[in-house]
Design a protein around this ligand. Structure first.
Ligand SMILES: Nc1ncnc2c1ncn2[C@@H]1O[C@H](COP(=O)(O)OP(=O)(O)OP(=O)(O)O)[C@@H](O)[C@H]1O
Ligand SMILES: [Mg+2]
Length: 226
């Protein structure tokens, strides 16, 4: 491989069948030393390196992107690295086109779900501003009105990933939006129904949830809310 490296180059090193984000920590005498972001160090003779083994890291992966559809490095290592980069900057949401990836922060992030956030996302289409679960809820709400057809959000992930919390956040957004439109018409019982729906959630969870190794508040059976 007539490749050459410089100290500080960002690359993908394929080790243990995974592309690992790495930095060239030294390159001299035909020997290259790579330090992965996960703490391992690998030393190779430069002429033993193939394009399979080491690939340059594109700029989009180095700086991180809001929508992973524009990532130039196409492997799961790049996706994990991008989510990690964003998580370090306290951005828990990232798009993959119109799909939203959420990383559970296991802590309350100030302002993320407050009233101003509801207002902001209600005024923008998905993708216009930074990724958020409210953008997905808003797209659903808009489509409901536009197409006059039922809409569906599919939430998937391992135990403790944040599916139940995401569901509650979508309900919170929809409730706020429909209260808005009711206030504009006349105040009737509808807004109370939505409040009651939200308030019933902890009661339903008290019956339906249990502590597991993955989640102190794990949903043990499904519930249907209409
Ligand atoms: N967006 C979030 N912000 C802050 N904390 C969160 C968020 N999402 C999840 N959590 C925390 O993680 C915990 C687990 O999340 P949740 O109960 O939603 O997981 P789940 O995917 O429904 O898991 P299970 O499949 O076991 O029911 C929550 O009780 C909450 O403390
Ligand atoms: Mg759950």
């Amino acid at each position: 491989m007539d490749n050459f490296f410089s100290e500080g180059d960002r690359v993908w090193l394929r080790e243990d069948d995974q592309y690992q984000p790495s930095t060239v920590s030294s390159c001299s005498g035909g020997v290259v030393v790579f330090a992965t972001d996960y703490g391992q160090v690998y030393t190779y003779k430069q002429n033993a390196l193939t394009r399979q083994k080491v690939q340059p890291m594109h700029h989009s992966s180095i700086r991180g992107v809001e929508d992973m559809a524009v990532l130039e490095d196409l492997h799961d290592g790049a996706i994990m690295h991008n989510l990690h980069l964003r998580y370090q900057q306290r951005h828990i949401y990232t798009y993959i086109g119109s799909i939203l990836a959420a990383v559970n922060p296991y802590q309350t992030l100030p302002g993320l779900y407050e009233r101003p956030a509801v207002e902001l996302y209600s005024r923008h289409h998905l993708g216009e501003i930074s990724p958020h679960i409210f953008a997905v809820a808003n797209e659903c709400y808009r489509s409901l009105w536009k197409r006059l057809q039922n809409q569906c959000v599919l939430i998937s992930g391992e135990s403790g990933a944040g599916k139940t919390e995401s569901t509650k956040l979508i309900l919170r957004f929809l409730s706020a939006m429909s209260q808005h439109s009711q206030e504009a018409l006349s105040k009737d019982r509808t807004s109370h129904v939505e409040e009651a729906l939200l308030e019933s959630s902890p009661i339903m969870e008290a019956f339906g949830n249990a502590k597991t190794v993955y989640n102190n508040n794990s949903s043990r059976f499904g519930k249907f809310v209409q």
